[in-house]
Write a protein that binds this ligand. Sequence first.
Ligand code: AMP
Length: 225
Amino acid sequence: MGLQTIFRAVIMGPPGSGKGTVSSRISQSFGLKHLSSGDILRANIQAKTELGLLMKACIDQGQLVPDDVISRLILSNLKTMDHSSWLLDGFPRTVAQAEALDTMCSVDTVINLNVPFDTIKERLTSRWVHLASGRVYNIDFNPPKIPGLDDVTGEPLIQRDDDTPDTVSRRLKAYENQTQPVLEYYRSKGVLETFTGTETNKIWPHVHAFLSKRLSGNQQDTGKA
Ligand code: AMP
């Protein structure tokens, strides 16, 4: 990294690849500001902005919002963080979005979480949640004490609509078709770093070691692994 002090990173990976967990660990450990396109869109919906209301139907149906809309939104957010290091999560999701980002700045590294689709399907379709509290169970490795019921309240657990086998397959297909070309785009620019594995806790030390090396000299690592 030399004397460069601003570090711009993107994190990519299919739904259920552990991207959210790894992103928060990166921002905690290395002080990068975490910017999630999904969070920004949800905040717009919550605040009932014109844009949020327009995009709500799209998001509810699990479709991608139009490239020009999301690109304008993310780029204007990034402009306000001109002098900070950041980690973009959920954007770019198409090559057109990656090109739009390039018109503003170049990306230093793209962290790609490569988790086999079979692992993801198993993980998402065995996930059950207690709606009121947000408690999450996994029937394989973190089952509730009584099948189908929340440990604390005894209330029934539900499966998220988009975690059913059919919907998970559809979400993964969309990722394959629309987002994998973005990986090729960054590979050809020489900034793609792929981390392969089936467990977040086993992938994380490799991501941490890679970023420690890339950021050494920046003195941004607070030492928390
Ligand atoms: P996420 O939380 O990243 O899964 O995003 C939730 C929803 O927001 C997605 O299903 C899309 O409808 C929309 N969305 C988020 N990021 C993008 C993006 N980069 N391009 C298009 N739509 C997006």
